[in-house]
Design a protein around this ligand. Sequence first.
Ligand code: ATP
Ligand code: MG
Length: 418
Amino acid sequence: MPSVEIVAVGTELLLGQLVDTNTPFIASELARAGIDVRATQSVGDNRERIAAAVRTSLARAQGVVMTGGLGPTIDDLTREAVCDALDVGTKLYEPALLQMEAVFARFGRPMRANNRKQAELPTGSLPLDNPRGTAPGFVAFASDGKFVACMPGVPREMKPMLREQVVPFLRERFGARETIVTRVLHTIGLGESEIDHRIADLFGSYENPKIALLAHDFRADVKIMAKAPTADEADAMIAPLQAEIVRRLEDGVFGYDADTPASAILNLMRSQQRRLAVAESCTGGRIAAALTSVAGSSQSFVGAVVAYDNAVKISQLGVDAGTLQRNGAVSDDVAREMARGARARLGANVALATTGVAGPDGGTAEKPVGLVLFALDDGTENSRVWNFRLEGDREAIQQRATVMALNLLWRYAKGQEP
Ligand code: ATP
Ligand code: MG
């Protein structure tokens, strides 16, 4: 199977000053086009080392896709380094030069002598237009037919050049290969080992489509990837396996691909014509942030009270001062009253409240750091309180409590016993 490698050029990448977003973008576009990426490299703005990286990649793969270092300045060395690696000279490409002159005229900027160097491409190259910038890209060829495709580093110039010129070149070159489709099944509230236990037999028995499990806190994604000549055929290969996995993980799958726990909750609430409110103490607004990040959330999410100080729990949520004094803020009764108050005062049908000890201080033997209580109130006997002991530092406890709250809300909205 023919494959390519990706090389990203830029010293900033090696100093941690610039996050390389180009490599993952190129990798995912190539995967969609069914082109195998064998390895990726990052290299600084150094002529010898860029040339060495190109040679290394060309020894292993049929071609290299590069980004960065095509500009006019002294540290833009990709053109020269590719010539070194392929042992070819440069040639002035008149059409590329004319195109560049046109771009400068359009931008109303004078073209400097050093810009001319951008039109000097490795001999025998196929130039690539760059209508959004000045530096043309190119595909250069080695004597054995292997190739090096070079694109600018600026993402808004690189992306269209990749999609419109480099990917078509690669598909043509590799004989319009297969495409890879990925479906992600999102789960919540099922442990990684529980999921593994339920679907382990499927992992071993499938090569295409292939299954992968990615675990987060209380959340896990099952990825199904299929390779086929067309996306429709890949979808058809995924469908039966997806149905089988959903059947086995039914009580945990809240959505697919771009869905989030919050979007799943709000979809359910909207279809049930219910309105949700939140009262947050230890989660500090994180649940509301997750809910409001969903477009159109105002249809079923009314709002939140972040009630940190006891005085706010009393004045804004109507928590009883006596309850607070007797039981403390981290108690079943306070959680219950917070939820009830939020539901009534914010005009919702359902409300969820959180209160807990996020740490690092404030823990006691009876109420240790990580103890978090969740109360749900819908005005019926279904209203209830849960308590969990969560692990980690303050940030982790707040984050985990937020996911836990979303898990409880999703199960409630589904009509499942949380
Ligand atoms: P220019 O003509 O602007 O000099 P270039 O092809 O020489 O383009 P670089 O000089 O390597 O590209 O990078 C220009 C800018 O593009 C960087 O400062 C950075 O903002 C962005 N960039 C470069 N490489 C990457 C990358 N791998 N991921 C994300 N952004 C990048
Ligand atoms: Mg540059």
